[in-house]
Design a protein around this ligand. Sequence first.
Ligand code: COI
Length: 360
Amino acid sequence: MKQQASITMIPRAELKAKPQAGAKLGFGQIFTDYLFALDYVEGKGWHDARIEPYAPLSLDPACMTLHYGQTIFEGMKAYRGEDDRVRLFRPRLNFERLNVSAKRMGIPTLDVDLALEALRTLIRTEADWVPAEPGTSLYIRPFIFATEGSLGARSARQFRFLIILSPSGAYYASGLDPVSIFIEDEYVRAVRGGTGFAKTAANYAVSLLSQIEAQERGYEQVLWLDGVERRYIEEVGSMNVFFVIDGEPVTPALNGSILPGITRRSVLELLKHQGRPAREVHLDVDKLMELARTGRVTEVFGTGTAAVISPVGRLAYGEESVSFTYDPAQSLAYRLYDDLTGIQYGRRPDELGWVEFVTP
Ligand code: COI
């Protein structure tokens, strides 16, 4: 639905203290002074756009999100370049995906231009919170959740859209150090026809026990197989996954249960632009392990907004474990990390037109 972008500013009495330059930020732990809010009521539509003080919410204990999980989110970042200007990376794609998630979860969609304008206004308000140290950014979390208090298991009639901001460092404390991965053969993350392609809380909730058990076995994350045959490679942790096999980059083809990552898409487009296109494939786990065992898989890495690129150093399936050694000078993962962050922070020319400036 087309909306008029008229945003009310509700100031706070006192601003928070910002982190000191060089302080360890962690990920998603510190929040800025303000958030953007927009309400939805059936029959009235989205209304009451405002920037208001970041503060705890007051929710009805029967709030339908708490009982039935009708909620979706996005993840994106604002980057401060060496020129001090604040940039966004392909933000329209995030709001388009938010609407895809909304449709799947029975949530009303947003006008993408209104959401973008809200985001730009909020980032300009909070520009001083965008950190400047290398590898840091302002993590942006837009989300929509049911606010109606009712225990009937049906789609809610009231929702809220919020955007909150968190100055953050690297997602993994280990940065670009390769992580160890356990290939999950018991639990599944998603099935075709389910919600795997939507960025909805349930997909993350179902992954947590598996992550806990993998960590108990000494691995950092899990690699997900398809939910029907538990045979085809889908994702790694909360990221998309790429392999270099016989020198060629490949990634699982989107199939309805894989999240269509914006970093995944950017890696595919960048590789094509650089004349080394990746193939989208259906990759059988037994075949993958055979290729890995015989040295034909030279790299495995995850892609996602939060960590950007995360190299995998060890892959275990059942009793078998295969290791990969990374030489930063030779590795595609490291080069892609450098290329993508180079574009995001303005160290590299933005040849594909992905960057949008938010501050002059
Ligand atoms: C990302 O890779 O950006 C994610 O989706 C992780 C997020 C859940 C923190």
